[in-house]
Design a protein around this ligand. Sequence first.
Ligand SMILES: [Zn+2]
Length: 344
Amino acid sequence: MKRLCVLILSLIICNLATAQTDSLLSGKRDTLDRPADIISGFTLFAKGNGAAVDTLDVGDGRVKIVLRDDNTWYLIKNVEAMADEDLYTRNWREHLVNPYLGTPLDSIPYRVTIPLVDSVSRFVCPHKGRVFSKFGVRHGRKHTGCDVPYPNGTPVYCAFDGRVRLAERHQGYGLAIVVRHENGLETLYGHLSRMDVEPGQWVHAGDLLGLGGSTGRSSGPHLHFETRYCGHAFDPEWIVDFEHGVLRKNVFVLKRSYLSPYSRYVPDSVDDEEELYMTEEQIKAEEERIAKERAAMQYHTIRSGDTLSGIAHKYGTSVSKICSLNSGLKPTTVLSIGRKIRVK
Ligand SMILES: [Zn+2]
């Protein structure tokens, strides 16, 4: 019996040692400065390095505290408790990018407060770099994420703690991974060349999900990253500053209006704090204003022989006004037939 225990113990120690070397090796390939305790993996949120002696539930049972023999402690997430939660059981489909098919936009509140990080939940930028293709509509096609270029084989990290829902080949996204997070968001990582996780696996912010590539409908190696709420994509730049590899805020007030491919991150938007203290009447007025604005929007589909000045004349507007409503559109742009442009 004693010999068996020693054997098991040495196996554990051996495994720990190899895993630690592995993470150190992968640490070398890091393209961003992940916190040291995330890279080492074994001392997550830990203070001190004594041996664990007891585990206690904290609060709602989602988090456990592990006490060590040197009077220090660390926190762990209680995945058994979380596995039964609605969040990880409802609309849980392993082969559908959007499993929330019965959730129309109108059923989502005007604004939802989403705590992105707290004392036990962290954020790690999936890949730090400059966004070269933004969220929105490009060439009449919806682009429901943002693209950050990188060399083939670049490690891609999980943004927040959560559980992998989908990890498979998809026609457009190529090798794609979708992770559902405790904060209610889902993140999607597309065009990967290798996947290191499988559906059902619990992951931490900073865990290696796979390696970057150019699979699927892609023009070159880049990370296509999406953030979704109830299946509806919103511009990831609302929350992530990819260039610096950091979150823009710890608490995000998601407005329903962001859940549209026509809504993009605006650097100097109304302060969320201020927005939190709006009265119900003010919110209603704001909703009505947005609805009116939406109703007033008009689109024109380009037909043979159309010119921008002709279209402007037809809708009683100007070429420069039309250009301002369509990102990338210039008076000299050659209009391709079938392209939909906003005219009002
Ligand atoms: Zn993309």
